[in-house]
Design a protein around this ligand. Structure first.
Ligand SMILES: Nc1ncnc2c1ncn2[C@@H]1O[C@H](COP(=O)(O)OP(=O)(O)OP(=O)(O)O)[C@@H](O)[C@H]1O
Ligand SMILES: [Mg+2]
Length: 377
């Protein structure tokens, strides 16, 4: 039987679990064309959730456009990908695509190639003519609303990992987006981000162009009880026994984090499938295997931190639910002053090594936290 756990990529279908409330909230926002800013720490399931939602709203004849901005390091690349995704989402045959591109992108030269795999695939390359980026970008950004009007359909555009646009030309591009987006009455924009501070600043700072341009939706963890039941059921399908207590032990280790839970369970399935049982020592051993596998990566990571950042990480690993600015905490771990804690914390958050979850600072990678506790302290 195939390992039913999955991590490291988007999950869909039988691998996607729960999130009913969040799905309903997003669908409601899309159908009422209310823009949404969805944020969650790394690997909580943002992409899986929005793609799942897109699959559902597509059935309601809503046109879906999805962009992963991690693939667009600059504005030019963003425009190329955006143009391509728009074209892909509304055409199905090559003839249609060519006609559409000719009509829609006067300032682009579309190049269409057929991939001779088993299933032929259309690919675009959009190269620039002499016109400036500004004119071209207006054309692309305006397009979803134009299409919505022409086709008398609603459109949803997802900009996944939206804070990446801060790397383009800052507020100017945000301003340009805003000026279009606010006139797009038939298009719902969903912006996602794991850099919570950056995303909230974009929408919560009155001096920023996107100030209050949508509703904020934080994505938390999947409720633990339900996630436990999901995991238990998967093990049961493989006739693998696990006690309630040991199931809880898995979640103690992973802190109910979706990605790390799936990862540990994947490993447990592999190591315990033949003996059909998971005992506490299996879980402990499997954790050690995971830490061994990641050891080199953790050492490289560790070597890049300043001495103070390391001290703070060790302190967080040992006393994560404490108030990190309190005198006791600073004294106990020899952290100097509250302002130096603040500085190191800011950097670690920027690097996505630490997250602030429910007002508590946490090391985002739970296995890195175990590694620190077990192999460094
Ligand atoms: N609803 C879910 N059901 C089951 N597993 C999930 C769910 N959401 C997330 N996961 C687990 O978390 C992993 C990460 O999911 P996903 O890539 O969607 O998160 P993300 O927040 O977009 O991550 P990133 O910050 O890397 O972009 C998945 O591979 C899966 O193991
Ligand atoms: Mg993602």
């Amino acid at each position: 039987m195939k390992n039913p756990f999955k991590y490291g990529e988007v999950v869909t279908g039988e691998h996607f679990f729960n999130r009913e409330r969040e799905k309903a909230e997003l669908i409601q926002a899309i159908t009422s064309t209310m823009n949404v800013f969805l944020y969650a720490p790394r690997r909580y399931g943002k992409t899986s959730l929005v793609l799942e939602v897109l699959r559902e709203v597509e059935k309601k004849r809503i046109i879906c456009i999805y962009l992963d901005l991690l693939r667009a390091p600059n504005k030019r690349k963003f425009l190329e990908i955006y143009a391509r995704e728009i074209a892909k989402s509304i055409t199905t045959t090559i003839d249609e695509t060519i006609t559409f591109c000719k009509r829609a992108f006067s300032r682009f030269v579309p190049k269409i190639t057929l991939k001779a795999d088993k299933i032929p695939e259309i690919e675009f390359e959009i190269s620039w003519r002499r016109e400036t980026e500004e004119v071209a970008s207006e054309e692309v950004i305006e397009l979803p609303q134009k299409i919505a009007k022409q086709k008398k359909k609603r459109i949803v555009v997802v900009f996944d990992e939206f804070p990446e646009i801060a790397n383009y030309n800052g507020k100017e591009f945000e301003g340009q987006l805003r000026s279009f987006i606010q006139r797009h009455k038939d298009v719902c924009y969903i912006f996602t981000g794991s850099k919570r501070r950056l995303l909230l600043k974009m929408i919560g700072d009155p001096t920023r162009p996107l100030y209050k341009s949508g509703k904020i939706m934080p994505l938390g963890k999947i409720p633990q009880k339900e996630f436990e039941a999901f995991v238990e059921q998967k093990f049961r399908l493989g006739n693998i026994n696990i006690s309630r207590e040991n199931l809880k032990f898995i979640f103690d280790i992973t802190k109910n984090h979706p990605y790390y839970t799936q990862m540990l369970c994947w490993e447990l399935w592999e190591s315990c499938f033949s003996k059909r049982e998971i005992l506490r020592e299996d879980i402990e051993q499997t954790l050690q295997i995971v830490l061994d596998h990641q050891g080199e990566y953790f050492i490289t990571l560790w070597n890049n931190f300043s001495p103070h950042q390391r001290l703070l990480l060790l302190a967080l690993a040992q006393g994560s639910s404490a108030n990190v600015f309190s005198k006791d905490f600073i004294k106990r771990f020899g952290l100097g002053t509250a302002s130096s804690v603040q500085k190191s914390l800011r950097r670690l958050i920027e690097l996505e090594i630490v997250d602030k979850v429910n007002d508590i600072y946490e090391i985002s990678d739970v296995f890195f936290e175990h590694w620190l506790k077990e192999r460094v302290v």
